[in-house]
Design a protein around this ligand. Structure first.
Ligand SMILES: [Zn+2]
Length: 245
């Protein structure tokens, strides 16, 4: 009886020891992993993907954040709800007050901003385009050549920002406008009112549009400020935020 009792005790002790030593390394690894995870998450931001994430941006006027161009024409039934900004010139009513505030702020500093083009209907855009084509044809270009030449300077209906009611041309349709005090003022302050110089001189290859120092586009204060600070075009900014389209 006594021998059997001792045997049972020894066997139990052996089993307990075995269980302890076989499970201990597992526990240790689990604990190490846990510690590692904790220390990593405490010190290093975990990057799980290299894909650009669509950021949640708390921007003003998010409705105005879109591109109008040859590649991204407005839908044919696009409707603008206009408000007068100067004489018969109109803008989208939501952008109009930003323009009027900008005009007033400029005036307070002795700068006159005069609208020379604003919202255009598709019909009017077509007239402008046809007129440009005719002038090239009168110089001896074929229909096709004149069409291509006109496209360099005038957008087709739906492809102009003026059709969206978000663009204004100011003061002068001459490149020398860039020398004016008004241009300097706009370069410093337009973004504060949600406007950007849409077709900069050194970005013709990206915008596909000739340099237009007079053309300003409403996009909201947040995005306009970002674009100005980064020194990029709307196209580049759009790609930066949403990824290549
Ligand atoms: Zn324009």
């Amino acid at each position: 009886m006594k021998k059997e009792f001792i045997f049972v005790i020894l066997l139990s002790a052996l089993l307990i020891t075995l269980v302890f030593f076989t499970t201990m390394p597992g526990r240790k690894r689990a604990e190490e992993k846990k510690n590692a995870e904790t220390s990593v998450s405490e010190t290093t931001p975990i990057v799980t993907t290299t894909e650009k994430k669509k950021p949640e941006i708390d921007a003003d006027n998010p409705w105005a954040f879109y591109i109008v161009s040859r590649d991204y024409p407005l839908p044919e039934d696009f409707k603008v709800y206009p408000k007068k900004i100067q004489g018969d010139y109109e803008m989208d009513y939501r952008a109009a007050n930003y323009f009027l505030d900008m005009k007033e702020a400029a005036a307070e500093e002795g700068i006159e901003l005069t609208v020379i083009s604003a919202k255009r209907s598709r019909e009017y855009q077509k007239q402008l385009f046809d007129k440009e084509v005719e002038s090239y044809k009168s110089q001896g270009l074929t229909d096709e050549e004149a069409f291509e030449a006109a496209r360099e300077w005038v957008a087709l209906p739906g492809e102009s920002e003026h059709n969206s009611g978000l663009a204004v041309d100011l003061n002068s349709l001459d490149e020398s406008f860039e020398e004016s005090d008004a241009f300097k003022w706009l370069s410093d302050h337009a973004h504060e009112y949600g406007f950007i110089l849409r077709y900069p001189k050194d970005k013709v290859g990206i915008t596909g549009v000739q340099y237009e120092p007079w053309h300003y586009r409403f996009i909201g204060v947040y995005h306009a400020t970002q674009i100005k600070e980064k020194g990029i075009t709307l196209e580049e900014y759009y790609d930066e935020i949403w990824g290549e389209q």
